[in-house]
Design a protein around this ligand. Structure first.
Ligand code: ADP
Ligand code: ASP
Ligand code: MG
Length: 405
């Protein structure tokens, strides 16, 4: 009997009718002999609604209280699914993260899973029950409720699949797999039958939100077969797999983008040892994550230094940089929070030259100016003005012929 972990996202549990449909599908699967653990998100829009409520009473709520609030969304859907199953005579218990005991660290709002106690889940499965677990949440060692960051139900599902050594972890969502790029931006985007863990990790970290990055990290580390499928249509979806078993051998597998970037430049800083750390340490001290970094070659004993941060951190970063500029005697600080990052990703890049020049030529032919570039073995990212995001992604999708098999 195969043990499968299935996760259903917000749209898939968005209405009572959809929850009933999931119950019906689970019953069929159980009748075919599968053991089932189900992880649910909150109904679509619910987590945003709760965040909005919080902001109405407090401009900067404590992480602990925010997590108590946010975790309620998933509690609603797990209870409703169990009730729908019971209505059809099928036994299922629902568990919140802390009831399972999904132990996390205490970083509220973006906690990491440390350990999962699988005893209750295993005991229920042994009795022939379906087990329904709330995604996105756990508890720290003192029993405080924690949440795992937006999209965190994916990670709950993969972590449970790893703990139970499930045959497969299936992520049901509102698209029928992982596409060459977001099909909402490029309608010609093509579904991939498979993508490597490494590529999916890059895509997720570069802005593709179909899977939370930590879920891919977990699946890769513990070798969990991971599949993205549609809740609404039949089909095999996309299998996230190792490079050796990947079926397609494209040069570029996908295009990721991140709308929420901002960049800061400090001009005319003394070009001396230790300057990068003097600029970036105060930023790190504010818990602001830095993404791309560029330092120009110096002239006349000074240099310019540019880096990008998440747009939410732009104002704070600017304030820190202005103070730093004063103390270092820099000429000025400039910034831009209307930028976005577009990246092409593919393991095929390893063995091919000329991909960067094709990318840059294509963007130039559309008059898109590149303000920053960064590369790794399997990706090239560029920063461009946000007004060129859609055009840039479509142009690259075309030039690399991603709409064709
Ligand atoms: P869920 O609520 O089920 O977790 P998400 O909204 O988190 O769903 O993820 C699914 C969405 O991810 C899709 O609706 C799609 O617009 C978006 N998306 C972005 N990039 C891609 C991609 N490359 N392939 C598939 N979907 C993508
Ligand atoms: N409900 C949470 C969110 O909207 C977690 C999830 O759906 O994965 O981010
Ligand atoms: Mg999601």
């Amino acid at each position: 009997m195969a043990l499968i972990v299935q996760k259903f996202g917000g749209t898939s549990v968005g209405t009572v009718e959809r929850i009933q449909e999931i119950a019906n599908k689970l019953i069929k699967l159980q009748q075919q002999g599968h053991e089932l653990v189900v992880v649910l998100s909150a109904m679509s829009g619910e987590t945003n609604r709760l965040l909005e409520l919080a902001s109405e009473v407090n401009s900067d709520p404590r992480g602990r209280e925010l997590d108590v609030l946010l975790s309620t969304g998933e509690q609603v859907t797990i209870a409703l699914l169990c009730m729908a199953l019971a209505q059809n005579g099928v036994q299922a218990n629902s568990y919140t993260g802390s009831q399972v005991r999904i132990l996390t660290d205490n970083t509220h709002n973006k906690a990491r899973i440390m350990e999962i106690d699988d005893s209750k889940i295993r005991a229920d499965l042994a009795k022939g029950h379906i087990v329904v677990v709330a995604g996105f949440q756990g508890c720290d060692e003192y029993g405080n409720i924690t949440t795992l960051g937006r999209g965190g139900s994916d990670t709950t599902a993969v972590a449970i699949a790893a703990a139970l050594k499930a045959e497969e972890c299936q992520i049901y969502t509102d698209v029928d797999g992982v596409y060459t790029t977001d099909p909402r931006v490029v309608p010609e985007a093509r579904r991939l039958d498979s993508i490597t863990f490494e590529e999916m990790l890059e895509m997720a970290s570069l802005g593709t939100k179909v899977l939370q990055i930590r879920s891919v990290e977990f699946a890769s580390k513990y070798n969990v077969p991971l599949r993205v499928l549609s809740s609404f249509t039949e089909g095999g979806g996309t299998l996230i797999t190792t490079e050796e078993t990947k079926m397609e051998q494209a040069l570029i597998s996908g295009i990721a983008f991140n709308r929420d970037e901002a960049k800061l430049t400090i001009l005319g800083v003394p070009d001396s040892p230790g300057i990068a750390s003097q600029i970036l340490c105060p930023i790190a001290a504010k818990n602001i994550e830095v993404d791309m970094i560029i330092q120009n070659t110096g002239h006349d004993g000074t240099t310019d230094f540019t880096f990008t941060v998440h747009r939410n951190d732009y104002k704070d970063a600017l304030a820190v940089m202005q103070a730093t500029a004063k103390s270092l005697g820099a000429r000025e600080v400039s910034g831009d929070d209307k930028i976005t990052k577009i990246s092409i990703v593919g393991v095929g890049m390893r063995s091919h030259a000329g991909i960067a020049s094709t990318m840059f030529k294509a963007l130039a032919s559309e008059g898109i100016n590149i303000s920053m570039i960064s590369t790794s073995e399997i990706k090239i990212s560029v920063v461009v003005d946000e007004k060129y995001l859609e055009l840039g992604v479509r142009t690259l999708h075309n030039v690399f012929e991603l709409d064709q098999e």
